[in-house]
Design a protein around this ligand. Sequence first.
Ligand code: URA
Length: 261
Amino acid sequence: MSDQFSLFDDELQPVELEAPPEGAVLKRPEPPPVAAPVFLTPEEKVALLEELRQPALSCVRCDLSRTRTNVVFGEGNAAAPLVFVGEGPGENEDATGRPFVGRAGKLLDDVLRRNGMTRNHVYICNTVKCRAADMVSGRWNNRPPTPVEIAACNSWLEQQLGIIKPLVIVCLGSPAANTLIHKGFRITAQRGRWFTHSPYAPFTMAVFHPAYILRLQGPSYDAALDTLIEDIGNARKKVIEVKRQLKEAAAVAPPPRNLFD
Ligand code: URA
């Protein structure tokens, strides 16, 4: 088991076992079907993400593939401890193949900068990799991806997160929170809270989507932006806290006496 997981052993609660009935034959329980956590170097993560990107670029698992210009796979630091997951590409992202390059992306960059981070510190991707939009009066209008589209795309996201193995995931808006935290997630009531049940990262939080903030005005805009800056600052602090705990746990762990200890 890698150090990354040893921190969470402390959280396992002892289980009270019932005494078996007199004369019962004790049977060893089957171990749960969980794959052993694999430690990947940053170089291996880069290579595996690239290997995953290639088939994703020609994905036709849903109808969004018919109208997209580019698949927006995701980009950033493959070994980042902090991953942002947005809703899905808009017009600019569809045109360039890069996530968060429009106005919402500029706001996200600014919020990262105000927290001492750049895109090089994090990885950014989306719940769906192709633009969801409807043609209305001769124009493409963005719309939220449907549950069917999100489900069709989910395995790309799951595989990305499985390679990166971040310490913290930040869901930008409710489609990502509904996919990665729980169905029926309510951003206004539940943003900023930590969730610890995800198989993809020890800590997950949802925050306001930058595009939602851009639709606000005046004091509502200022308040929502301050909230986003604070939430993302807390995500950075959580990464620092978890990394420190992992280092401390590694320092107290006795060195192995032989290969099988
Ligand atoms: N909004 C998103 O959710 N994702 C992007 O990549 C751009 C805008």
